[in-house]
Design a protein around this ligand. Structure first.
Ligand SMILES: Nc1ncnc2c1ncn2[C@@H]1O[C@H](COP(=O)(O)OP(=O)(O)OP(=O)(O)O)[C@@H](O)[C@H]1O
Ligand SMILES: [Mg+2]
Length: 350
């Protein structure tokens, strides 16, 4: 998908550009989401993958302006059609959430009101955004509860969050997100906590929603089987940055960035659901330790001398494919080519 050159989202449902979100670490602020740019078209699923702590949830939370303090969105743009999300006032932002852009949270407990029955919360959300009757909203809630595999939905809508298991709460959250038929759905590990049968049911439901309403989905997941089954495109994040993005087949079939290659390595028969992304050996650096250059440099088998202090350049190995890596563009002109050989493997590890 070619990025629109102007500021509007163009043919995309949402366009994120140069998004930066920081947290304080000691006396400085570190960008845990660092110059992140991507778009999602109507009816498309973009999977966002990467190891724990790389900034996937913060990217989604930033898009909805729900970053917890002392975190802060510092810059960039989130366009929904002609609307600049980062400039909306509080009431407009509240109207937008759920209806135009909804999120299924990784931590379902934190997003349900503990003192209101779960069904009433979904009904209320529907009534807030749609001109319909309580009766119709309640009927739709029961249907959705059944569709996400909540047993005995007619009774369960009157339950309070603490009366439901984690898995059922997650399904309530999914029902809530789907109830409003959002333009953009941010799904943060939506099915990780659920058993495989329910996972399949929910993924199917998300696809149905897409077919009916053209919802654009940003799908955050650790599960390569889910990526294979659901995603049209894949964005790989490391240390707050997207390091590689492109069509699913291209990125998974011919990974270009050394991090993506590592992530996908040693995964025979990796199309199966429930198969987690392989974790690369070595320690993921904490944000406080992130350096100016490529953050993967300390673990990278293809590291060049300038990788640690110069931000990785963008290249397009093929149309609609982006890679951010020094090793893919060669040495910068101001560096002696003789000093740009890859660091030998023996230096790795320690
Ligand atoms: N309240 C906070 N204070 C300081 N740093 C934070 C805070 N919340 C998150 N971070 C940091 O922001 C970075 C990105 O976190 P994020 O939750 O987006 O990771 P993630 O990719 O979603 O990981 P996971 O796969 O474990 O869900 C992490 O390095 C984390 O340590
Ligand atoms: Mg997360």
């Amino acid at each position: 998908m070619a990025a629109a050159k102007n500021d509007s989202a163009g043919s995309e449902s949402v366009r994120v550009r140069d998004l930066v979100t920081t947290f304080p670490y000691g006396s400085r602020r570190v960008a845990v989401v660092d110059q992140v740019s991507f778009g999602v078209a109507p009816g498309e699923v973009l999977a966002l993958v990467g190891e724990s702590g790389c900034g996937k949830s913060m990217t989604a939370l930033s898009m909805l302006r729900l970053v917890p303090k002392p975190g802060r969105v510092e810059g960039g743009s989130v366009r929904l059609g002609e609307t600049e999300v980062l400039e909306l006032d509080v009431p407009a932002m509240r109207r937008l959430r759920g209806h135009q852009m909804a999120m299924i949270f990784q931590e379902p407990m934190s997003s349900l009101n503990p003192v209101q029955a779960v069904g009433a919360q979904v009904v209320e959300a529907i009534l807030l955004h749609e001109d319909t009757t309580v009766r119709a909203a309640r009927k739709r809630t029961v249907e959705l509860f059944a569709a996400v595999g909540i047993p005995d939905p007619r009774t369960r809508i009157d339950a309070y969050p603490h009366q439901l298991s984690g898995g059922l709460k997650q399904r309530v959250m999914i029902a809530m997100a789907l109830a409003l038929r959002p333009t953009v759905l941010l799904a943060d590990e939506p099915t990780t906590a659920l058993d495989v049968t329910i996972q399949a049911q929910i993924l199917r439901l998300m696809r149905e929603l897409q077919r009916d309403t053209g919802t654009a989905i940003l799908l955050i997941t650790h599960d390569l089987g889910v990526v294979n089954e659901m995603a049209d495109r894949v964005a790989v994040m490391y240390g707050g940055k997207i390091v590689e993005m492109g069509n699913r087949r291209a990125v998974l079939g011919e990974p270009s960035h050394p991090y993506t290659r590592g992530l996908l390595a040693a995964m025979p028969g990796r199309a199966r659901r429930g198969e987690p992304l392989h974790e690369i050996t070595g320690v993921v650096p904490q944000p406080a330790e992130w350096q100016r250059g490529c953050r993967f440099a300390s673990r990278c088998p293809e590291r060049l001398p300038h990788c640690t202090d110069q931000p990785a350049p963008r290249s397009e190995p093929s149309p609609a494919r982006e890679v951010f890596c020094h090793a893919r563009v060669g040495a910068p002109r101001d560096i002696d080519p003789g000093s740009s050989r890859p660091v030998v493997a023996a230096e790795e590890g320690e």
